[in-house]
Design a protein around this ligand. Structure first.
Ligand code: GDP
Ligand code: MN
Length: 389
C-alpha cells in the first residue's frame, strides 16, 4: 500500500525523522488555516500518489494568506498525470542549501536491504541512475545486522554529502532504516532530503510503500485504508474484491494467478502493445468473479481490447468457459475479447465456447498468438475512434 506524502511524513515523524510542521486541507479555507498554524512562508502541496508534482504545478510557495488562497484554489481539482487533487498538505517552507536523495528498499536478488544515497537529489532518481550512475552510493545491509551509525557515517562520506550534512544525515539514515524495518516498509524514500543553510538535514518529500503482508501487526494502518486509492478503477475493483492495478495502456488483461498476469503483461509489451491494467482473478474464475473482472475493465474508457488468459490447474477450464459465457450475458462489453484457455479440461472448455466465437469473442491457441491478436484489435479500435472524432 502506497502512502500519500503527508501520511509518509507522519509515519517518519514517529521514528524521530525531522519533518516540517504542517497540516492537511481539503478546502481553500482550511489551507489558509493550516498556513497560519505552520507560519509563513509555507509550501502548498498537492497530495496525489504520483511523482513529479512540482513540475506539474502542484507545489507552490506562498508568503501570505492571499497567495495560499490563490495556489490552493488552483491546485485543488488539478489533474496530475491522471490523478485528481482532492487534498493538500500545507507546511512551513524550508530554506534549501542542497537537495539529496535517500531511500531503502528490498533487494530480493541479493536477499538484503538496499540503501541508496545521492548528493544529487530533487530530480528523479531514475534520471540520476541513467545519466550519472556513480552519483548514487549503494549500500547493501544484512537484515540480521542492521545499520549502525559508523556504517552510516562511511556511507554519507562515500555519497559525498557536504561536510556539515554528514553527521546529521547519518543519524537521520539510521532512523529511516529503523522506520523501514520496524515500520514494515517495502520502500522508504526521501527526495529531496535537504541541507538547510543553518546546517540541518531535513525531509522535504516522503514516499512510503507499506508491506501489506505485515498488516496483521499494524492495527494503526487501518486509517490508511480509507484513503488508499484515488484511481476510480482501483476503487471499483477493490469493492469487488479483485487484485487490480490500473496502468496507462489500452489492452485490458484478466489472468488467473499473479505470475501469469505478469507474464501476460510482458507478452503484450513484447508484441508492441500496452496493458491498461494488471488483474489477477486468483483461483476462483467462476461467473461472479469473471463478471466482476469484465465490469471493472469495461468501465475503463481507455480499454480497446481485452485479453483473458487462463491456465487451468485446480481451476478447471470448462468452469472458466462457463463463467465467461455467463458473464457475457450479464455485462454489455464495449471491447472485443481474445481468450487463451489452457490447462485442466481445456478441450471441454474450448468446445463450450466454440459456438459463441465471433469477431467480438476470439480464441487463440497460444499466449503469444492471443497477444498478437489482442494488440492488433486494440490498434484497430484506436484507428476507428480517431476516424469518428
Ligand atoms: P515532487 O515534485 O512530487 O517530487 O514533490 P517534492 O515535494 O519533492 O517538491 C518538488 C520540489 O519543490 C522540491 O525538489 C523542492 O525544490 C521544492 N520544494 C518543496 N518543498 C519546499 C520548501 O519547503 N522550500 C523550498 N524552497 N522549496 C521546496
Ligand atoms: Mn520529490
Amino acid at each position: 500500500m502506497d502512502l500519500y506524502e503527508y501520511q509518509g511524513k507522519q509515519y517518519f515523524a514517529r521514528f524521530g525523522i525531522p519533518v516540517s510542521p504542517g497540516g492537511v486541507a481539503d478546502t481553500v479555507d482550511e489551507a489558509v488555516e493550516r498556513a497560519e498554524q505552520a507560519g509563513y512562508p509555507v509550501v502548498v502541496k498537492a497530495q496525489v500518489k504520483v511523482g513529479g508534482r512540482g513540475k506539474a504545478g502542484g507545489i507552490k510557495l506562498a508568503n501570505d494568506a492571499d497567495e495560499v488562497r490563490r495556489h490552493a484554489g488552483a491546485i485543488l481539482g488539478m489533474d496530475i498525470r491522471g490523478h485528481i487533487v482532492h487534498r493538500l498538505w500545507v507546511e512551513h517552507a524550508s530554506d534549501i542549501a542542497k537537495e539529496y536523495y535517500a531511500s531503502f528498499t528490498l533487494d530480493r536478488t541479493a536477499k538484503k536491504h538496499l540503501g541508496m544515497l545521492s548528493a544529487e537529489g530533487g530530480v528523479e532518481i531514475e534520471e540520476v541512475a541513467a545519466n550519472n550512475p556513480e552519483a548514487i552510493a549503494r549500500l547493501h545491509i544484512d537484515p540480521l545486522r542492521g545499520l549502525d551509525e559508523d556504517t552510516a557515517r562511511r556511507w554519507v562520506a562515500d555519497a559525498r554529502l557536504d561536510e556539515e550534512a554528514q553527521a546529521p544525515a547519518a543519524a537521520l539514515l539510521v532512523s529511516l532504516y529503523r522506520c523501514f524495518v520496524e515500520g514494515d516498509c517495502d520502500l522508504a524514500e526521501i527526495n529531496p532530503l535537504v541541507l538547510t543553510p543553518d546546517g540541518r538535514v531535513h525531509t522535504l518529500d516522503a514516499k512510503v510503500t507499506l508491506d501489506d503482508n505485515a498488516k496483521f501487526r499494524h492495527p494503526e494502518w487501518e486509517e490508511y485504508a480509507a484513503t488508499e486509492t484515488d484511481d476510480p478503477r482501483e476503487k471499483m475493483a477493490k469493492e469487488r474484491g479483485l487484485n487490480y492495478i490500473g496502468l496507462s495502456g489500452d489492452v485490458g488483461i484478466i489472468a488467473n494467478g499473479a505470475g501469469l498476469a505478469m507474464s501476460t503483461l510482458d507478452v503484450v509489451t513484447q508484441v508492441g502493445g500496452k496493458a491498461a491494467n494488471f488483474l489477477d482473478i486468483g483461483g476462483g474464475a467462476n461467473a461472479d468473479v469473471m463478471s466482476a473482472a469484465l465490469e471493472v475493465i469495461n468501465a475503463d474508457p481507455s480499454v480497446r481490447a481485452i485479453f483473458v488468459n487462463i491456465f487451468g490447474g485446480i481451476t478447471r477450464v470448462d468452469e472458466v468457459a462457463k463463467g465467461v459465457i455467463e458473464a457475457l450475458g450479464r455485462v454489455e462489453l464495449r471491447s472485443p475479447i481474445v481468450l487463451r484457455l489452457d490447462g485442466t479440461n481445456a478441450e471441454e472448455g474450448r468446445a463450450l465456447l466454440a459456438p459463441r466465437l465471433s469477431d467480438r469473442l476470439l480464441a487463440a491457441p497460444t499466449m503469444l498468438e492471443a497477444a498478437r491478436q489482442v494488440v492488433a484489435l486494440a490498434a484497430a479500435g484506436a484507428d476507428a475512434s480517431e476516424e469518428r472524432s
